[in-house]
Design a protein around this ligand. Structure first.
Ligand code: IMP
Length: 186
C-alpha cells in the first residue's frame, strides 16, 4: 500500500487505482472519440453532480466545437457506500431536451441503478439522441455496461475516491483515484 504519500491529506487511503497521468490521457482520448461523433451536432452534455463535476470540466475542455452544458443532481445512495435503489432528483436540468443530442456524463457506474433511472427519465423528454459517457465502470456489478457508449476505465468492484468521487463529501479534490477500504474506516 502506498499510504505514506497520502498522509498529507490526513487520512490513510488505499492504493492508487488510477494515476493522474492515466486519467489525463484517457480524458483526452474520450474527448477525441466524442468529437468525431458530435462535432456537428451541438450536443448538450449533462453532468451528474456532484461526482462528475471534475471529469466534466476536464472533458469539455478537450472538445473544440460548439456544445452546451447542464447539470443534474440526484441522490441514489441509502448509505454512503451501498445503493438502496431509490433515486431522487435534487436539482433538475434547466434545458429543454426536445430534439437535442444529449450526452450524459457520469463519474462512475456501480450497480447501474442510477443510470437506469436517469436514462428512462431523460428519454421521456424526447431528445433526438441519448448516449452515456462514464469515466469508470465497475466490473461485475453493472447491468448496463453494454449501453454505455464511452467508458474511460473498467475497475474491480472496490470503493474508490478522488477526482470528484467522495465518501461523505471528502476526497473529491484528490488528483488521482484511490481505493478506500470502507470497513476499516467506519
Ligand atoms: P450505481 O447506481 O450503483 O451505479 O451508483 C452510481 C453512483 O454511486 C455514482 O454516480 C456515484 O455517485 C456513487 N458511487 C458508486 N460507486 C462509487 C465509488 O466507488 N466511489 C464513490 N462513489 C461511488
Amino acid at each position: 500500500m502506498s499510504s505514506s504519500g497520502n498522509r498529507e491529506f490526513g487520512y490513510e487511503l488505499g492504493e492508487v487505482v488510477i494515476p493522474e497521468d492515466a486519467i489525463e490521457k484517457k480524458v483526452a482520448e474520450l474527448g477525441a472519440d466524442i468529437a468525431v461523433d458530435y462535432r456537428d451536432r451541438t450536443p448538450l452534455l449533462v453532468g451528474v453532480l456532484k461526482g462528475a463535476m471534475i471529469f466534466m470540466s476536464d472533458l469539455i475542455r478537450e472538445l473544440d466545437f460548439p456544445l452546451e452544458v447542464d447539470m443534474m443532481a440526484i441522490s441514489s445512495y441509502g448509505s454512503s457506500t451501498s445503493n438502496s435503489g431509490v433515486v431522487r432528483i435534487l436539482k433538475d436540468l434547466d434545458t429543454d431536451l426536445t430534439g437535442r443530442h444529449v450526452l450524459i456524463v457520469e463519474d462512475i457506474v456501480d450497480s447501474g441503478l442510477t443510470l437506469s433511472y436517469l436514462t428512462r427519465n431523460l428519454l421521456s423528454r424526447n431528445p433526438a439522441s441519448l448516449e452515456i459517457c462514464s469515466l469508470i465502470v465497475k466490473d461485475g456489478h453493472s447491468r448496463q455496461s453494454s449501453e454505455i457508449r464511452y467508458v474511460g476505465f473498467h475497475i474491480p468492484p472496490v470503493f474508490v475516491v478522488g477526482y470528484g468521487l467522495d465518501i461523505g463529501e471528502r476526497f473529491r479534490n484528490l488528483r488521482q483515484i484511490y481505493s478506500y477500504d470502507v470497513e476499516d474506516s467506519q
